[in-house]
Design a protein around this ligand. Structure first.
Ligand SMILES: [Zn+2]
Length: 209
């Protein structure tokens, strides 16, 4: 039986966004710490869903073998940590854009997911930057690391989750560093379709996402 609701989807296709947030107490039961590697900064603990460690490691090993220098800068985040990030971004919108209340929240949510709405809480998403360019901005897409990852990530089960032309659908600005694990089969299908995860789930399973 193909899945007919979002709840029926397998773990690797779990949809998390502002319309489908996770509960505050949700955390993956099988978090695994990433082993020491050149893409893990010293004294930083990165945890992800244990089921993606092998493919993630294989992807970054291959990226390095191709001459690039990936660095993981974010992995699993708790609900509380995300709440902090979101509050900080709201304060920045108030300070720099002189927005207030709901307007400041909306502006913040385009760049930082509200608590519960971040894929990082699933343990299935990682932010990867180039060691020579640590900024989380559009310039990231020009780096050797992203150029390689964008072409090859699907071979390892990952998709670039927030493409530049899909902001209206995902509700999230372009993030050429946020990679989401969906498994090799889905990653290949999603990449070939040029759809974002929300659109692909609707088209493939006729699930309203
Ligand atoms: Zn991210």
């Amino acid at each position: 039986m193909p899945p007919t609701t979002l709840e029926d989807l397998p773990w690797n296709l779990r949809l998390v966004n502002r319309d489908h947030p996770l509960a505050a107490d949700f955390a993956p039961s099988n978090l695994a710490e990433l082993p020491d590697a050149s893409w893990v900064e010293p004294h930083v603990n990165h945890r992800v869903d244990a089921r993606i460690v092998e493919d993630l490691t294989a992807m970054l090993t291959a990226a390095e073998a191709a001459g690039t220098h990936p660095i993981i800068c974010s992995s699993f985040r708790t609900y509380d940590y995300q709440e902090n990030l979101f509050e900080n971004r709201i304060e920045r919108a108030e300070r720099e854009e002189h927005l207030e209340g709901t307007e400041a929240e909306e502006a913040a949510a385009f760049w930082v997911a509200p608590p519960g709405a971040s894929e990082h809480q699933t343990g299935l998403a990682v932010d990867i930057v180039d060691a020579d360019y640590l900024e989380l901005d559009e310039g990231q897409e020009e780096t050797a690391t992203q150029q390689w990852l964008m072409i090859h990530c699907a071979e390892y089960g990952f998709i670039l989750r927030y493409p530049t032309d899909k902001s209206a659908t995902t509700g999230i600005g372009y993030e050429p560093w946020h990679y989401r694990y969906v498994g090799k089969e889905a990653a290949s299908a999603i990449t070939q379709s040029s759809l974002c995860l929300e659109e692909w789930l609707v088209e493939t399973y006729h699930i309203q996402a």
